[in-house]
Design a protein around this ligand. Structure first.
Ligand code: ADE
Length: 340
Protein backbone atom coordinates (compact mmCIF):
# COMPACT_ATOMS: atom_id res chain seq x y z
CA UNK A 1 0.00 0.00 0.00
CA UNK A 2 1.32 3.46 -0.79
CA UNK A 3 1.32 6.06 1.93
CA UNK A 4 -1.70 8.05 2.99
CA UNK A 5 -2.60 11.32 1.32
CA UNK A 6 -1.16 13.35 4.15
CA UNK A 7 1.17 15.97 2.73
CA UNK A 8 4.85 15.60 3.54
CA UNK A 9 5.68 18.37 6.01
CA UNK A 10 9.11 19.77 6.74
CA UNK A 11 11.00 17.53 9.15
CA UNK A 12 11.36 18.93 12.63
CA UNK A 13 14.11 17.29 14.60
CA UNK A 14 15.86 20.08 16.33
CA UNK A 15 18.72 19.33 18.69
CA UNK A 16 16.71 20.08 21.83
CA UNK A 17 14.49 17.06 21.34
CA UNK A 18 17.20 14.54 22.25
CA UNK A 19 18.10 15.84 25.74
CA UNK A 20 14.41 16.25 26.55
CA UNK A 21 13.64 12.72 25.46
CA UNK A 22 16.59 11.26 27.35
CA UNK A 23 15.77 13.25 30.52
CA UNK A 24 12.21 11.94 30.37
CA UNK A 25 13.44 8.38 29.84
CA UNK A 26 15.78 8.54 32.84
CA UNK A 27 12.91 9.63 35.02
CA UNK A 28 9.96 7.68 33.56
CA UNK A 29 11.51 4.70 31.76
CA UNK A 30 10.93 1.18 33.02
CA UNK A 31 13.75 -0.60 34.80
CA UNK A 32 14.12 -3.64 32.53
CA UNK A 33 16.89 -6.21 33.01
CA UNK A 34 18.23 -5.97 29.44
CA UNK A 35 18.82 -2.25 29.94
CA UNK A 36 21.56 -2.73 32.57
CA UNK A 37 24.70 -2.13 30.51
CA UNK A 38 24.08 -5.15 28.34
CA UNK A 39 26.74 -7.13 26.52
CA UNK A 40 26.29 -7.80 22.78
CA UNK A 41 25.07 -11.29 23.73
CA UNK A 42 22.42 -9.92 26.06
CA UNK A 43 21.19 -7.49 23.40
CA UNK A 44 20.99 -10.23 20.79
CA UNK A 45 18.94 -12.45 23.10
CA UNK A 46 16.66 -9.73 24.46
CA UNK A 47 15.97 -8.04 21.14
CA UNK A 48 15.26 -11.31 19.32
CA UNK A 49 12.93 -12.24 22.15
CA UNK A 50 11.19 -8.86 22.16
CA UNK A 51 10.56 -9.09 18.43
CA UNK A 52 8.27 -12.02 19.17
CA UNK A 53 6.85 -11.50 22.58
CA UNK A 54 5.67 -8.90 25.04
CA UNK A 55 7.83 -7.21 27.65
CA UNK A 56 5.84 -9.05 30.35
CA UNK A 57 6.76 -12.45 28.87
CA UNK A 58 10.36 -11.43 28.19
CA UNK A 59 10.71 -10.37 31.85
CA UNK A 60 10.18 -14.03 32.76
CA UNK A 61 11.92 -15.76 29.84
CA UNK A 62 15.00 -13.55 29.40
CA UNK A 63 16.55 -14.16 32.87
CA UNK A 64 15.83 -17.88 32.53
CA UNK A 65 17.43 -18.04 29.09
CA UNK A 66 20.53 -16.27 30.44
CA UNK A 67 20.70 -18.71 33.31
CA UNK A 68 20.68 -21.68 30.94
CA UNK A 69 22.88 -20.04 28.28
CA UNK A 70 24.85 -17.20 29.91
CA UNK A 71 27.01 -16.32 26.90
CA UNK A 72 27.81 -17.08 23.26
CA UNK A 73 30.13 -19.92 24.35
CA UNK A 74 27.49 -21.92 26.23
CA UNK A 75 24.97 -21.33 23.49
CA UNK A 76 27.44 -22.48 20.84
CA UNK A 77 28.16 -25.64 22.82
CA UNK A 78 24.48 -26.59 23.01
CA UNK A 79 22.69 -28.43 20.24
CA UNK A 80 20.23 -26.53 18.06
CA UNK A 81 17.45 -28.65 19.54
CA UNK A 82 18.41 -27.64 23.07
CA UNK A 83 18.23 -23.97 22.09
CA UNK A 84 14.89 -24.49 20.36
CA UNK A 85 13.60 -26.26 23.48
CA UNK A 86 14.55 -23.28 25.64
CA UNK A 87 12.81 -21.01 23.13
CA UNK A 88 9.58 -23.05 23.32
CA UNK A 89 6.49 -20.93 23.62
CA UNK A 90 8.18 -17.83 22.21
CA UNK A 91 7.13 -18.67 18.66
CA UNK A 92 8.97 -18.55 15.32
CA UNK A 93 11.55 -21.22 16.10
CA UNK A 94 13.66 -20.33 13.11
CA UNK A 95 14.92 -17.48 15.29
CA UNK A 96 16.19 -19.92 17.90
CA UNK A 97 18.01 -21.86 15.18
CA UNK A 98 19.57 -18.64 13.89
CA UNK A 99 20.62 -17.77 17.42
CA UNK A 100 22.35 -21.11 17.77
CA UNK A 101 24.20 -20.69 14.44
CA UNK A 102 25.08 -17.10 15.27
CA UNK A 103 26.65 -18.21 18.57
CA UNK A 104 28.76 -20.79 16.75
CA UNK A 105 30.01 -18.20 14.30
CA UNK A 106 30.90 -15.78 17.09
CA UNK A 107 32.65 -18.55 19.01
CA UNK A 108 34.65 -19.52 15.94
CA UNK A 109 35.47 -16.07 14.54
CA UNK A 110 35.04 -13.63 17.44
CA UNK A 111 32.63 -10.73 17.88
CA UNK A 112 31.94 -8.61 14.82
CA UNK A 113 31.45 -4.89 15.24
CA UNK A 114 29.42 -2.19 13.59
CA UNK A 115 26.03 -2.59 11.95
CA UNK A 116 27.42 -4.18 8.80
CA UNK A 117 29.52 -6.68 10.74
CA UNK A 118 26.56 -7.83 12.84
CA UNK A 119 24.19 -8.01 9.90
CA UNK A 120 26.41 -10.63 8.28
CA UNK A 121 25.40 -13.08 11.04
CA UNK A 122 22.38 -15.40 10.84
CA UNK A 123 19.11 -13.88 12.00
CA UNK A 124 20.47 -10.36 12.51
CA UNK A 125 18.60 -7.75 10.50
CA UNK A 126 19.03 -3.97 10.40
CA UNK A 127 17.04 -3.43 13.60
CA UNK A 128 18.93 -5.94 15.74
CA UNK A 129 22.31 -4.83 14.36
CA UNK A 130 21.55 -1.18 15.18
CA UNK A 131 20.31 -2.17 18.65
CA UNK A 132 23.57 -4.05 19.38
CA UNK A 133 25.67 -1.10 18.25
CA UNK A 134 23.62 1.42 20.25
CA UNK A 135 23.00 -0.61 23.43
CA UNK A 136 26.15 -2.72 23.78
CA UNK A 137 28.89 -1.01 21.76
CA UNK A 138 27.98 2.53 22.81
CA UNK A 139 27.95 3.45 19.14
CA UNK A 140 25.97 5.67 16.83
CA UNK A 141 22.93 3.93 15.37
CA UNK A 142 19.17 4.24 15.08
CA UNK A 143 17.24 1.01 15.64
CA UNK A 144 13.94 1.34 13.81
CA UNK A 145 11.33 -1.18 14.86
CA UNK A 146 7.59 -0.79 14.50
CA UNK A 147 7.34 1.42 17.60
CA UNK A 148 10.27 3.69 16.87
CA UNK A 149 9.00 4.00 13.29
CA UNK A 150 5.61 5.15 14.53
CA UNK A 151 7.06 7.65 17.03
CA UNK A 152 9.42 9.25 14.55
CA UNK A 153 6.92 9.26 11.69
CA UNK A 154 4.56 11.21 13.93
CA UNK A 155 7.21 13.58 15.24
CA UNK A 156 8.38 14.30 11.72
CA UNK A 157 4.87 14.17 10.20
CA UNK A 158 5.91 11.61 7.63
CA UNK A 159 3.37 9.55 5.73
CA UNK A 160 3.62 5.77 5.81
CA UNK A 161 4.45 3.43 2.98
CA UNK A 162 7.64 2.71 1.17
CA UNK A 163 10.57 5.01 1.83
CA UNK A 164 9.50 5.85 5.37
CA UNK A 165 12.60 4.41 7.06
CA UNK A 166 14.87 6.21 4.63
CA UNK A 167 13.07 9.51 5.30
CA UNK A 168 13.36 8.95 9.06
CA UNK A 169 17.09 8.22 8.79
CA UNK A 170 17.68 11.30 6.68
CA UNK A 171 15.95 13.50 9.23
CA UNK A 172 17.51 11.97 12.33
CA UNK A 173 21.03 10.91 11.27
CA UNK A 174 22.66 14.36 11.39
CA UNK A 175 21.66 14.74 15.04
CA UNK A 176 22.25 11.21 16.23
CA UNK A 177 24.61 11.30 19.25
CA UNK A 178 27.85 9.30 19.20
CA UNK A 179 26.50 7.13 22.00
CA UNK A 180 22.91 6.52 20.94
CA UNK A 181 21.86 3.90 23.49
CA UNK A 182 19.70 6.03 25.72
CA UNK A 183 18.09 7.85 22.81
CA UNK A 184 17.04 4.53 21.28
CA UNK A 185 15.68 3.25 24.58
CA UNK A 186 13.86 6.56 25.06
CA UNK A 187 12.20 6.25 21.64
CA UNK A 188 11.18 2.65 22.38
CA UNK A 189 9.81 3.78 25.74
CA UNK A 190 7.90 6.72 24.30
CA UNK A 191 6.28 4.37 21.79
CA UNK A 192 5.34 1.87 24.51
CA UNK A 193 4.07 4.26 27.17
CA UNK A 194 2.85 7.43 25.45
CA UNK A 195 2.97 7.47 21.66
CA UNK A 196 0.92 4.27 21.47
CA UNK A 197 -0.58 3.01 18.21
CA UNK A 198 -4.09 4.00 19.20
CA UNK A 199 -5.03 6.75 21.63
CA UNK A 200 -1.58 8.29 22.00
CA UNK A 201 -1.32 10.33 25.19
CA UNK A 202 -0.05 13.57 23.63
CA UNK A 203 -0.97 15.56 26.77
CA UNK A 204 1.75 13.66 28.73
CA UNK A 205 4.35 13.63 25.95
CA UNK A 206 7.67 15.23 26.91
CA UNK A 207 8.33 16.29 23.31
CA UNK A 208 4.82 17.21 22.14
CA UNK A 209 5.88 20.77 21.38
CA UNK A 210 8.44 19.44 18.90
CA UNK A 211 6.02 16.97 17.32
CA UNK A 212 4.85 17.96 13.87
CA UNK A 213 2.15 15.28 13.92
CA UNK A 214 0.59 16.00 17.31
CA UNK A 215 -2.67 17.36 15.92
CA UNK A 216 -3.34 14.26 13.89
CA UNK A 217 -0.99 11.51 15.15
CA UNK A 218 -2.96 8.66 13.63
CA UNK A 219 -2.46 10.07 10.15
CA UNK A 220 1.29 9.49 10.03
CA UNK A 221 3.51 6.49 9.53
CA UNK A 222 0.69 4.06 9.05
CA UNK A 223 1.94 0.51 8.67
CA UNK A 224 1.90 -1.27 5.36
CA UNK A 225 -1.10 -3.52 5.21
CA UNK A 226 -0.33 -6.96 6.60
CA UNK A 227 -1.18 -10.01 4.58
CA UNK A 228 -4.37 -11.56 5.95
CA UNK A 229 -4.03 -14.28 8.54
CA UNK A 230 -4.35 -17.67 6.89
CA UNK A 231 -6.77 -20.13 8.52
CA UNK A 232 -5.83 -23.79 8.40
CA UNK A 233 -7.86 -26.78 9.57
CA UNK A 234 -5.68 -29.27 11.46
CA UNK A 235 -6.69 -32.62 12.91
CA UNK A 236 -4.50 -33.75 15.79
CA UNK A 237 -4.82 -37.26 17.15
CA UNK A 238 -3.68 -38.10 20.64
CA UNK A 239 -2.63 -41.74 20.52
CA UNK A 240 -2.52 -43.09 24.08
CA UNK A 241 -0.93 -46.26 25.41
CA UNK A 242 -0.46 -47.16 29.07
CA UNK A 243 -0.83 -43.55 30.21
CA UNK A 244 1.63 -42.24 27.61
CA UNK A 245 1.11 -40.18 24.47
CA UNK A 246 2.68 -40.57 21.07
CA UNK A 247 4.55 -37.52 19.75
CA UNK A 248 6.66 -36.87 16.69
CA UNK A 249 9.10 -34.18 15.76
CA UNK A 250 7.53 -31.65 13.44
CA UNK A 251 9.25 -30.91 10.16
CA UNK A 252 7.29 -28.00 8.67
CA UNK A 253 9.07 -24.64 8.70
CA UNK A 254 6.59 -23.05 11.10
CA UNK A 255 7.29 -25.50 13.93
CA UNK A 256 10.40 -27.27 12.77
CA UNK A 257 12.15 -29.29 15.44
CA UNK A 258 9.36 -29.06 18.00
CA UNK A 259 7.36 -32.10 19.00
CA UNK A 260 3.68 -32.64 18.48
CA UNK A 261 0.77 -35.04 18.28
CA UNK A 262 0.35 -36.91 15.00
CA UNK A 263 -1.47 -34.79 12.48
CA UNK A 264 -3.82 -36.50 10.07
CA UNK A 265 -5.32 -35.48 6.80
CA UNK A 266 -8.98 -34.40 6.84
CA UNK A 267 -11.85 -36.83 6.60
CA UNK A 268 -14.14 -37.64 9.46
CA UNK A 269 -12.44 -40.80 10.53
CA UNK A 270 -8.93 -40.13 9.33
CA UNK A 271 -6.59 -41.74 11.83
CA UNK A 272 -2.83 -42.29 11.68
CA UNK A 273 -1.71 -45.52 10.05
CA UNK A 274 -1.49 -48.36 12.53
CA UNK A 275 -4.11 -46.89 14.80
CA UNK A 276 -7.33 -48.68 15.34
CA UNK A 277 -10.36 -48.06 17.45
CA UNK A 278 -12.90 -45.36 17.86
CA UNK A 279 -11.87 -41.77 18.37
CA UNK A 280 -13.12 -40.03 21.48
CA UNK A 281 -14.64 -37.73 22.42
CA UNK A 282 -17.44 -37.57 19.92
CA UNK A 283 -17.69 -34.84 18.73
CA UNK A 284 -13.94 -34.18 18.94
CA UNK A 285 -12.53 -31.30 21.01
CA UNK A 286 -11.92 -28.10 19.10
CA UNK A 287 -9.84 -25.00 19.69
CA UNK A 288 -8.05 -22.36 17.69
CA UNK A 289 -4.39 -21.45 18.00
CA UNK A 290 -3.07 -18.18 16.60
CA UNK A 291 0.41 -17.78 15.14
CA UNK A 292 1.60 -14.48 13.72
CA UNK A 293 0.37 -15.01 10.17
CA UNK A 294 -1.63 -18.17 10.54
CA UNK A 295 -4.44 -19.54 12.62
CA UNK A 296 -4.99 -23.22 13.21
CA UNK A 297 -8.53 -24.48 13.71
CA UNK A 298 -7.67 -27.63 15.60
CA UNK A 299 -9.84 -30.70 15.90
CA UNK A 300 -8.52 -33.04 18.55
CA UNK A 301 -9.35 -36.72 18.98
CA UNK A 302 -8.06 -39.42 21.28
CA UNK A 303 -7.53 -43.07 20.37
CA UNK A 304 -5.90 -46.06 22.01
CA UNK A 305 -3.26 -47.49 19.78
CA UNK A 306 0.29 -47.79 18.68
CA UNK A 307 2.57 -45.92 16.35
CA UNK A 308 6.10 -44.89 15.56
CA UNK A 309 7.48 -41.95 17.51
CA UNK A 310 8.26 -41.11 21.08
CA UNK A 311 6.00 -41.87 24.05
CA UNK A 312 5.79 -39.08 26.58
CA UNK A 313 4.27 -38.69 30.00
CA UNK A 314 1.57 -36.05 29.34
CA UNK A 315 2.01 -34.63 32.84
CA UNK A 316 5.72 -33.96 32.36
CA UNK A 317 6.75 -34.11 28.70
CA UNK A 318 10.50 -34.49 28.26
CA UNK A 319 10.46 -32.88 24.81
CA UNK A 320 9.71 -29.34 23.64
CA UNK A 321 6.12 -29.43 22.46
CA UNK A 322 4.89 -26.90 19.91
CA UNK A 323 2.37 -24.34 21.19
CA UNK A 324 -0.81 -25.98 19.82
CA UNK A 325 0.33 -29.39 21.03
CA UNK A 326 1.04 -28.08 24.51
CA UNK A 327 -2.48 -26.68 24.58
CA UNK A 328 -3.93 -29.92 23.23
CA UNK A 329 -2.18 -32.01 25.89
CA UNK A 330 -3.32 -29.56 28.57
CA UNK A 331 -6.93 -29.90 27.42
CA UNK A 332 -6.73 -33.68 27.37
CA UNK A 333 -5.26 -33.82 30.87
CA UNK A 334 -7.77 -31.28 32.23
CA UNK A 335 -10.70 -33.11 30.62
CA UNK A 336 -9.63 -36.49 32.04
CA UNK A 337 -9.29 -37.97 28.54
CA UNK A 338 -6.01 -39.63 29.37
CA UNK A 339 -7.17 -41.36 32.54
CA UNK A 340 -7.53 -45.10 32.55
N1 ADE B 1 11.00 -3.79 22.54
C1 ADE B 1 12.01 -3.99 21.69
N2 ADE B 1 13.18 -3.64 22.24
C2 ADE B 1 12.91 -3.23 23.50
C3 ADE B 1 13.69 -2.77 24.58
N3 ADE B 1 15.00 -2.68 24.45
N4 ADE B 1 13.04 -2.42 25.72
C4 ADE B 1 11.72 -2.54 25.81
N5 ADE B 1 10.93 -2.97 24.83
C5 ADE B 1 11.51 -3.32 23.68
Amino acid sequence: MRGTNVPRMPAQWDGSVIPRLVAWYRQAGRDLPWRHQPTPYQVVVSELMLQQTTVATALVRYPHFLQVFPDFGTLAAASEDEVVAEWAGLGYYQRARHLSRLARQVSAHGLPSGETGWQALPGVGPYTAAAIVAFAEGGRALAIDVNVRRVLARMLALPGGRGLDRAIRQAVAPRLPMNSGELNQALIELGALICRPSRPDCASCPVATACAGRHQPQAYGRALQRPPVQEVAVHLVAVRRAGRLLVRQRTTRLLEGLWGLPEVAGGKDGLPPGVEGRAIPDPPLRFTHAFTHRRWRVRLSVVDGDGVGRWIDPLSPDVALAGPDRRAVGKLVAGGYLDG
